[in-house]
Write a protein that binds this ligand. Structure first.
Ligand code: ZN
Length: 230
């Protein structure tokens, strides 16, 4: 049987982008969020509630962690301001939900084994696996995982690589793409005898998200960058 799994990452409180992705996505058997539901934009509660209502399976990202703990070490000043704003504005129930997210998910679909983590297997919240991370480093990270599909987020850059027969997928960023394409990014995993992924981009109402960021008093750079896909 063919399984389709929707992969979404780095939504970052951008409700318009999240809704546009859900509308564009074909029917899937499961939706997985690879971390960072919140941080940066102005609708953290709306995004968390939509994810919960869609029964998204999520792992924790570094911004989810910062919102829960108020620990912003390692964040630049703009990201830190947004993280603390998010911590102040999340409902108690949504904070509770985020604090209970696992840092890793290991899932099995027929003969396919998935490993899902926001950053990297050895540093689930903070290490970046970039599209141009050297093969040698990538090999070290995934070699010993008992999985033939490894899914990362965190870089906000869509990635598809194959190493040691393992398919490596990063769906890119829903709410703050950073590959100079302003459109929201997501991927679909297609699991049958083989595994593959398709990548998708969706226009959304950036002006609406940008206005809400400014109205909330969040740093205006967080609004501007959305138009540039960076
Ligand atoms: Zn992120």
């Amino acid at each position: 049987m063919l399984m389709k799994i929707g992969l979404i990452a780095d939504i970052h409180s951008n409700l318009a982008a999240f809704k546009a992705v859900l509308k564009d996505m074909p029917r899937v058997n499961e939706l997985i969020c690879i971390g960072d539901l919140v941080g940066y934009a102005a609708e953290p509660n709306e995004v968390v509630e939509l994810a919960r209502s869609k029964r998204v399976r999520a792992v924790m990202g570094n911004h989810d962690y910062a919102a829960v703990t108020r620990d912003v070490r390692g964040f630049n000043p703009i990201a830190a301001r947004a993280a603390l704003w998010t911590a102040d504005n999340l409902s108690r129930e949504n904070l509770e939900y985020l604090s209970n997210l696992p840092t890793r998910l290991k899932l099995k679909y027929g003969g396919q084994n998935l490993y899902v983590v926001h950053g990297s297997p050895r540093d689930p919240l903070n290490e970046y696996v970039f599209p141009d991370t050297p093969n040698r480093v990538l090999a070290e990270l995934v070699r010993d995982l008992d999985a033939n599909i490894v899914v990362f987020g965190h870089t906000h850059m869509p990635t598809r690589r194959v190493i040691y027969g393992k398919l490596i997928v990063n769906p890119g960023g829903v709410g703050q793409p950073r590959d100079r394409d302003h459109r929201a990014s997501y991927a679909i995993l297609i699991l049958g005898e083989e595994a593959d992924a398709s990548y998708h981009r969706v226009e959304y109402d950036i002006k609406d998200t940008a206005q809400k960021i400014r109205d909330a008093g969040l740093p205006s750079e967080l609004a501007t960058r959305l138009f540039f896909g960076w």
